[in-house]
Design a binder for this molecule. Structure first.
Ligand code: ATP
Length: 320
């Protein structure tokens, strides 16, 4: 659904985006992470056919973002970081106006506006001027606007940054629902737990380049090592250590618990459980010790090496 090659944007001497190669599948939620000024918004603006690349190219929904810019804009929805709403307009008027720009028939404009305003709890505020809306309400309305024409691809730049926890959850649920409907979503966010909850894959951008790309579990495994598990037994571990060590790498243990790693939990964990059951050992819990995306992010972003070195090393590890 999205493909880029050597996509770059320079503003004078600033290389805001510096050679990005990406492929995003239909129905995928793809998160762009990275420090302030890394180039996420500039990338999204090029993908949404709002900015022309300095070099390289991008295709979105099969369309070239420069030669077929108008069709690209019609196929995508964009929620920008600072959505500029027309403050003297009322919500219904505003959506009707954008619905006309998207050439939606009048009945469809009305039905879709009502459906989305109700969904995001803005229906009761539909006659209020947008200048009277709170920050979070404005952000929700901008999201409604981006979804109005049911686009194939949605670019969401910090979609929940101004929202209260309940509204943020509504938006996350909407994103997951859009994914079930095979819509493709590119999400720029600094909220790592949001990325972790939503994204099929992430790219960490640093100084205009992709420093890491992959699914979150892949990146965790590559950067933080094999997943860590904790086993708790209803009995002492005495005499059971050789049985564990035969299958997994023990990391630490106490009287009735052990932590271990294994590169192949899908096959090793069931084997281990079976062995324990065969020996009549009561297993209370077997769980993965959570490792958060923040650890991966900080490792990539705080890396003091040059980007070229980092990229080269990650390439060797198969991460980019
Ligand atoms: P943030 O997380 O703060 O939103 P970002 O990753 O989205 O950051 P961009 O907004 O893409 O970063 O900016 C990347 C770089 O390009 C920054 O150095 C920024 O100052 C610069 N930049 C962006 N737009 C322009 C512009 N119109 N003119 C000049 N420089 C720009």
């Amino acid at each position: 659904m999205i493909e880029t090659a050597n996509l770059s944007k320079h503003f004078g001497s600033i290389r805001a985006v510096d050679g990005i190669d990406l492929r995003v599948r239909e129905g995928e939620v793809f998160a762009l992470l990275g420090p302030n000024g890394a180039g996420k918004t500039t990338t999204v603006r090029m993908l949404a056919a709002i900015l022309k690349p300095t070099t390289g190219w991008a295709r979105v929904a099969g369309l070239d973002t420069v030669r077929e810019a108008r069709q690209v804009r019609q196929s995508v929805g964009l929620l920008t970081e600072a959505p500029g709403l027309y403050t003297r307009m009322r919500a219904l008027e505003y959506l009707d106006f954008f619905g006309q720009l998207y050439r939606l028939p009048s009945r469809q404009r009305a039905a879709r506006s009502e459906q989305l305003l109700r969904r995001f709890d803005l229906w009761d505020a539909r006659h209020r001027r947008l200048g009277e809306y709170s920050k979070g309400m404005r952000q929700k309305l901008a999201l409604v606007r981006a979804m109005l024409h049911d686009p194939l691809v949605l670019f969401l730049d910090e979609p929940t940054s101004a929202m209260d926890p309940y509204s943020a959850r509504q938006v996350r649920e909407a994103i997951l629902e859009l994914r079930r409907e095979s819509r493709t979503i590119v999400l720029c966010t600094h909220n790592l737990s949001e990325a972790e909850a939503l994204a099929d894959r992430i790219a960490i951008i640093r100084r205009g380049r992709i420093a890491a790309l992959g699914s979150i579990s892949e990146l965790k495994r590559r950067l933080l090592g094999d997943p860590l598990f904790e086993l708790r037994l209803g009995t002492s571990l005495d005499g059971l250590l050789p049985l564990l060590e035969d299958l997994v790498q023990l990391r630490e243990y106490g009287n009735n618990w052990a932590r271990y790693t294994t590169p192949m939990p899908e096959t090793v964990n069931p084997q281990l459980m079976q062995r324990l059951i065969e020996h009549g050992v009561p297993v209370i819990t077997l769980s993965e010790v959570p490792r958060n995306l923040e650890e991966v992010y900080l490792r990539i972003v705080n890396d003091k090496q040059s980007d070229a070195e980092t990229y080269h090393q990650l390439l060797e590890q198969g991460i980019t």
